[in-house]
Ligand binder design. Sequence first.
Ligand code: GYE
Length: 334
Amino acid sequence: MGKMRTQSAPWRAAAVLASVLLVGGVAACGNSDTGGGGTKDDGKITMGFSQVGAESGWRTANTISIKEAATAAGIELKFDDAQQKQENQIKAIRNYIQQKVDVIAFSPVVESGWDTVLKEAKDAGIPVILTDRSVDSADKSLYKTFLGSDFVKEGKLAGEWLVEQKKTASGPVNIVELQGSTGAAPANDRKKGFAEAIAANPNLKVIASQTGDFTRAGGKQVMEQFLKANPKIDVLFAHNDDMGLGALEAITAAGKVPGKDITIITIDAVKDGMQALADGKFNFIAECSPLLGPQLMDLAKKVKAGEEVPARIETEETTFTTEQAKEALPNRKY
Ligand code: GYE
């Protein structure tokens, strides 16, 4: 503003004229709403984001990543926590449609049942980006892209490590499995990938498999049941760190030593999980990165600008043994 005062009269007049034109232009854009997303074309992108919940360390890190990346990218974020309920996500998405946000992004709690609401978004001209988890809709035109991990691969990596560890086992190896939330893509896919990999050795058998809902409390409670019902458990495969961490309590309470009496394999590699692995309580983790925020904001900008984006963008990931966890822990971001 200080600068304005030093301007000479003709410049001032030009500046006033320019700002009048600018405001007029914005208003005109605002009025000519074609249903193509935002009502105000001030260059600012508004994103409506429906998050699954706050069920795990992974989810907390994912939420932080998205919020920080939105701020950094200058994107206005409307954020809703669905508390692991699909009906809440559908409600949030409908709200975003009504508010005419520029882009809707969400991480679908379960795979099925999205077609109707996705069609509503499409009809309103609002592009949808799937992040973290995908949907099973046959009509791929209902969303622009899916950014996230290959969950089948994660399950496979977990299973392959076990096959290698147990290659000299002469008798049965009893495995219990803590599944993620019922119907969720990472639960379905990790189960599938793991089963495919362990099929290589008929000694490896999943003797019990149940959902622990991706939470510590769920993991603890279901592991207690597993331990009561099965006198011989050699391996626990948990679909995420949090359920594995909950299970540790149940295993210790049952007088067994986690990581020794029972081999523990998990997925995610959040800090608490990595600490358990470094301490030898877990034995192996397949990584799943929650740091999707920056890529998501990038995609939102491209989609808003009408640019083509790849239909599928896969997160880069690795695996960790105890030694590798010890090395990686000091620099772990989540
Ligand atoms: O593995 C789990 C979270 O969808 C990849 O959800 C995500 C999973 C993650 O609750 O910890």
